[in-house]
Design a protein around this ligand. Structure first.
Ligand SMILES: [Cu+2]
Length: 164
């Protein structure tokens, strides 16, 4: 009988593994990139819409699909990301405020990529000037620098810091 139990346990573990492998942050990254690109274009309304979309995407994440050993870390990051997405969604007309939240949100997305990986080629860029010279990172799908913190004012300020 013990062997049957062991087999059942093995199958169970296998299933957990398969489910866990199905989890992807791609939908979150997709919404983040739309938001980031809206701010590159100085478009506060598009940024707000993308923020709302990201908020919904984060809210609809199936927690069961996330590997158990990453649950806690995911929850912490996602909670912060959700708050940032919500504020960006609520602040059309206040692009400076949206950009403040982008700085925090970009850290969250960086953390998610570090935790879960990405199949899409992504870059972590760095703007040394933002926030009174404290600097800020953002994630981009393209190697060319297009700064979402300054938009048309200083579009090519920054450099690639990391590649994922
Ligand atoms: Cu806010």
């Amino acid at each position: 009988m013990a062997s049957i139990d062991t087999t059942a346990k093995k199958i169970e573990q296998q299933e957990v593994k398969e489910v866990a492998q199905n989890f992807s942050i791609a939908p979150i990254v997709k919404d983040y990139l739309a938001l980031k690109n809206a701010l590159v274009s100085d478009n506060d309304k598009a940024a707000a819409n993308a923020g709302k979309q990201l908020y919904t995407t984060l809210k609809n994440v199936d927690m069961k699909a996330i590997p158990a050993n990453k649950h806690k870390q995911y929850m912490e990051i996602a909670e912060d990301a959700q708050e940032n997405a919500e504020h960006i969604g609520d602040n059309a007309g206040k692009i400076a405020h949206q950009r403040e939240h982008l700085a925090s949100l970009s850290k969250d997305v960086s953390d998610l990529i570090a935790l879960f990986g990405t199949t899409q080629k992504l870059y972590q860029d760095y703007c040394p000037m933002y926030n009174d010279g404290k600097g800020a990172v953002w994630i981009s799908e393209a190697k060319a620098i297009k700064n979402p913190y300054y938009g048309s004012q200083m579009l090519t300020c920054g450099s690639v810091k990391k590649e994922f």
